[in-house]
Design a protein around this ligand. Structure first.
Ligand SMILES: [Zn+2]
Ligand SMILES: [Zn+2]
Length: 213
């Protein structure tokens, strides 16, 4: 849908020098991603400590008169630092990049090896921004994981996410967005939507209302 060459991450039109370099993602998005990748090991370590503390405390707190259900935020903390969490999700990006580069697969990283995976990604993010056509989704994923960890780290709950449905005829595409999402691409038909358009799409709440009516 977008014909003017634009950054696959932020959709800003690319500068002439960026176009000449054949880039998929703009230099600003590359720089932002490097910053997230450098920051991630520090935030991850703090969240892991928090997570270890939480595991150490008995659920519900024996002896506490108010047995509270575990907060969603706490479950989020445990999931992000466990197997299948941040390192696993970043390794999926590493594996895809290795494959595209024609390199052999790296070792399966332990779910605490945040330093290993972020250093691989930091070393290769320039290549990805310049030469890897699917880099947009990866940059969004990195920003999202960083945002989740940083949000817990600073005590800000992650933005609530909900589903919206692609407006293309017959397209079954579903996108998960939050009120902060500025851009999303339909996973099925690759139509790109911007913030205002996204908010006008049918969302999961419309559908459940309709089903109830
Ligand atoms: Zn960009
Ligand atoms: Zn679609």
């Amino acid at each position: 849908m977008i014909d003017t060459p634009a950054c696959v991450k932020c959709r800003r039109a690319l500068w002439v020098t960026e176009l000449e370099a054949g880039r998929w993602a703009c230099e600003r998005c590359e720089a932002e991603t490097v910053q997230h990748l450098l920051d991630l090991p520090h935030v991850f370590r703090r969240i892991s400590q928090l997570s270890a503390l939480m595991k150490g405390s008995s659920p519900g707190g024996i002896g506490s008169p108010n047995r509270e259900a575990p907060a969603p935020l706490k479950i989020g903390v445990l999931n992000l630092t466990a197997k299948g969490g941040v390192v696993t999700q970043l390794q999926a990006i590493e594996d895809a990049w290795r494959q595209s580069l024609g390199w052999s697969m790296g070792p399966t990283r332990h779910h605490t090896d945040i330093a290993g995976v972020t250093s691989f990604l930091t070393s290769n993010v320039r290549w990805a921004c310049e030469r890897y056509d699917e880099v947009g989704d990866d940059l969004r994923k990195i920003a999202n994981l960083h945002g989740q960890l940083a949000g817990i780290d600073t005590g800000t709950p992650p933005p609530k996410r909900f589903e919206v449905y692609c407006a293309t005829d017959e397209c079954p595409g579903v996108m998960r967005i939050s009120l902060d999402t500025r851009y999303a691409t339909c996973p099925e038909c690759r139509t790109a939507y911007e913030g205002g358009e996204l908010r006008r799409l049918d969302n999961q709440y419309d559908r459940s209302n309709r089903a109830a009516a």
